[in-house]
Design a binder for this molecule. Structure first.
Ligand SMILES: Nc1nc2c(c(=O)[nH]1)N[C@H]1C(S)=C(S)[C@@H](COP(=O)(O)O)O[C@H]1N2
Ligand SMILES: [Mo]
Length: 203
């Protein structure tokens, strides 16, 4: 009877990957492109990234200058609120710690507003972008970030839903209060922890 019972006694569906937060699926080879605004074409000679606001000194880096900072790598997972995740990705860039250390946030600083060259914004507590948890990245899986995925450089805050990872990032505005960004004003959760399924306001 083994031929008949095998289908019922087997393991059934593959075990769920423990790296997937609740309600997420593994997009595997697919990397969906999501942006609210048209994809911009940014010109490297005029590109810049700045840390501004409540800092001891505002700092702005050109493309060559930011690329010359100590390199940092993230290897791990990303999770989009629309339920796809990608597991085991590698991103190369610079740690946000390095960028903030250069500008030195004032004691009153509590949050940052990440801003894009397109005007997209997203807010983050300072604690979510310090301590090795956030990067500005220009390579994904060993290749330059494509324009559609935020190239030349995007923010990467992989422990929060991916809308916090602003594409075409132009800087961080350091604040002494929380200021909702684009999606946070449009119904998304203020913080967006995928392990707590903080998708929408009220979650
Ligand atoms: N500038 C900008 N960055 C953005 C967005 C956007 O609309 N504009 N969307 C966010 C959302 S909702 C997601 S899921 C990811 C998508 O990144 P991807 O297109 O590289 O997958 O970018 C985030 N960063
Ligand atoms: Mo998203």
């Amino acid at each position: 009877m083994t031929g008949i019972t095998r289908g019922f006694t087997g393991r059934g569906r593959a075990a769920r990957d423990p790296r997937l937060p609740p309600g997420q699926y593994d997009a595997r080879d697919d990397w969906p492109v999501l942006n609210a605004e048209p994809t911009p074409r940014l010109h490297l000679p005029t590109w810049s990234f700045a840390v501004e606001g409540l800092v001891e000194r505002e700092v702005r880096w050109t493309w060559d200058e930011i690329r010359a900072l100590p390199p940092a790598r993230y290897t791990g997972d990303i999770h989009c609120v629309t339920t796809w995740s990608k597991l085991g990705m590698t991103f190369d860039g610079v740690s946000v710690d390095t960028l903030l250390d250069a500008a030195r946030p004032l004691p009153a600083a509590t949050h940052v507003l990440a801003v894009s060259h397109t005007g997209y914004t997203t807010n983050l507590p300072l604690a979510d972008v310090t301590g090795g948890k956030a990067w500005v990245v220009w390579n994904a899986d060993g290749k330059p970030l494509t324009t559609e995925h935020g190239g030349p450089a995007r923010l990467l805050v992989p422990h929060l839903y991916f809308w916090k990872s602003a594409k075409w990032v132009s800087g961080l505005r350091v604040l002494d209060h929380d200021e909702p960004g684009f999606w946070e004003r449009n119904g998304y959760h203020d913080r967006g922890d995928p392990w707590q399924e903080q998708r929408y306001q009220g979650d």
